[in-house]
Design a protein around this ligand. Structure first.
Ligand code: GDP
Ligand code: MG
Length: 200
């Protein structure tokens, strides 16, 4: 079934807030037709960040293998050949990054919300993210610079990678009462089958 109520989790990371981009980022999702159903500002703890990334139990090995590969592509020796160890290192840099200040946690709803939000956000590395996406329009970091400086890539925003991740992340960051079911007038235009009631 195609749900008009698919939900995804988005967070404006600490650099997004310091760069005064909260409004700009929200605007991108509003413009696209998505509905904001939950929002709050929090200073995350290390434990919350760890739990957030480990909603995907394979996060460390996946991100570790990816960074080892990118060292090799540059003709450099990775700090370790073990994806799990490298992944733990990335996770530790993410804790420093994400717990450095407030973040804005949000839940957005709409048809294909997970997929569409990822498209609007753009690829992980700002250097290669498409122009027109949030990461491709507002920031310039690269894997090369971040890995050399032994820190996480600063890419302004987090968005759930798939529907499973979205469900777990929403549950982690929001209680049921913090998510609001309501109707937007524009939903009639986005979703109604017959578009009745426009002509007088
Ligand atoms: P995302 O879903 O696009 O945010 O990317 P991932 O889930 O793969 O990684 C989570 C976060 O870790 C990214 O948003 C970056 O901040 C950071 N990160 C991912 N890959 C790398 C990497 O190869 N090097 C560095 N320095 N940071 C990375
Ligand atoms: Mg991810």
């Amino acid at each position: 079934m195609t749900s008009k109520k698919e939900r995804t989790f988005v967070a404006v990371k600490p650099d997004g807030i310091q760069r005064n981009l909260i409004g700009e980022i929200i605007k991108r999702f509003e413009n696209r037709g998505l509905k904001l159903v939950g929002i709050k500002m929090v200073v995350p703890t290390d434990e919350q960040i760890e739990a957030h990334y480990l909603v995907n139990p394979d996060f460390k090995t996946i991100v570790g293998a990816k960074t080892i590969e990118s060292y090799k592509k540059k003709g450099e020796n990775p700090p370790t050949e073990d994806p799990e160890t490298q992944g733990q290192f990335v996770l530790d840099t993410l804790k420093k990054y994400m717990a450095s200040g407030p973040i804005v946690a949000m839940c957005w709803e709409g048809v294909h919300a997970v997929e569409i939000v990822r498209k609007v956000v753009g690829g992980t590395e700002p250097r290669s993210s498409d122009v027109g996406t949030i990461r491709g329009d507002y920031v310039i970091d690269s894997y090369q610079l971040a890995d050399t400086d032994q820190r996480a890539v600063r890419n302004l925003i987090h968005a759930s990678g798939d529907k499973g991740e979205a469900e777990k992340e929403i549950e982690l960051w929001f209680s049921k009462s913090e998510l609001i079911d309501y109707r937007l007038v524009q939903e009639q235009m986005l979703y109604d089958v017959n578009l009745d009631g426009i002509l007088e």
